[in-house]
Design a protein. Sequence first.
Length: 519
Amino acid sequence: MANFFEYLLETGISLAVLYLFFWLALRKDTHFQLNRAILLASVIVSMMVPLIHVSVFQKSPVLDYLPSLTLDFQNPYAYHSPGMTATVNDPGSISLNYLKIIVIIYLTGMAIVLSRLIYQAIFLHAISRLSKKTEYDGYTIVRMSNDMTPFSYFKRIFIPSRVLDEGSFDYIIDHEKFHLSQGHFIDLFIVEAVALLQWFNPVIWLYEKSIKEMHEYLADEAVLNSGRSKGNYQAHLVNQALGGPVFILTSQFNQSLIKKRIMMMKKMKTSQLTKFKALLILPLIAGLLLAFANQQRSVSETQNPEITITGNISDGSSGDALQGGVIMIKGTTEGTITDKNGNYSIIVSDNSHVLVFSHTGYRTQEIPIESNTMINVQLEKEILELDFSEAGRSDAGVEQKVNKGQSADPAGANEKMYVVTEEMPSYPGGTEALGQFLKANLQYPADARLKGIQGKVMVNFVVNAGGNITDARVMRGVSNDLDTEALRLVNSMKGWKPASHNGVPLSMGVTMPIEFKLK
């Protein structure tokens, strides 16, 4: 919508500049047909100029990619995790509220103008239907019962019934026939269509007024060129009692124009050489094209303007900045990395893209850009979860899976832990052997058995670089007896093979369910 309002602004500027040229250079000339063409062309060109983007300078590929780094690799860990926390800060949210208000005002104005046009069309149709009609020289003459000003559109000429004398009737018919034969109503339809978009711009209403004046001058000129007496015609204009409502989509005798029309009839014809003044509009149009040209993008890029997204990546637990975090545009190989303060900046072609945020040892997150220009992300450390349920089993035994909801930093853990590693921590003999160990060594508390207490205790612990179990704690308990037994069982495990990366053993968090079930 912001681009649309930018288009309206540029269109309004073009309308104003070209109308100012007409007013200063051509308004007083008697080249009415040329002036009509200039005015109509100015309206049409003004609507087109903002849509034509000229690439003035060749885009520099070096400068274009300086703000971001293109990384030629795919991120194998990209997936969306609902457990992530991300802070999206859109500094334009306040201005968006103002934009909504402006949109409402603009659409309300359009609705009013459109309603007026619809009303006029219905009113004209009603007059035509209720009035007496006769055929005259290929046109339909509509005799109106009220005292409205004579007007015409399409093949119909509307004349008030009070016009009884034959002389006035002939003058009016001749005048309106020339309006119709020269297609003046088409000009007014075009101007009204533009006015529907530019209703707030007073210049478009000046165009309408000036074009209607040109129509009257042209019709007067045609009547006099047909052999009518200039003196009688001018006397008829002065004596004609005119009034009533003015209709936008019709050409008509207008009392406010009578003085100007008579003055134009008396005015000496402008020299033919003055027509060349109209050529001065060409450099004006060229100047407008350059003024609205996109000097840094090609036409195709203008249709998808570049957007700069900035933000920060930090640790979700400590809030510390994460240096070396990777930000990728999903589905491409384009991306950037964070600096020592966790900050980044990346340029995207449009707001339909999705950014993928990742860092070694943290769960990856995907965030749609949409209307955001600043996206701050807090990544949570990853953790290994062992699943002993039927859903987690395969032909090879119990599988390991990535946990989407638990923290990888148990309370009391002092060592730096990693997650995205070459080798995950493992129990001797694999998870199937681990399941057998738990089944063989679990001691169901007698008190809990008598009370019928059962359930699944979730225990979190760290397999340190030496393969030992440390920092075991209950993440989700059932009862004190069951929780105590689950911790005892976990702490009794020996001989774990630690996680490793590049051959170096590392500490890593593990979450494991211990299920107590009565048979």
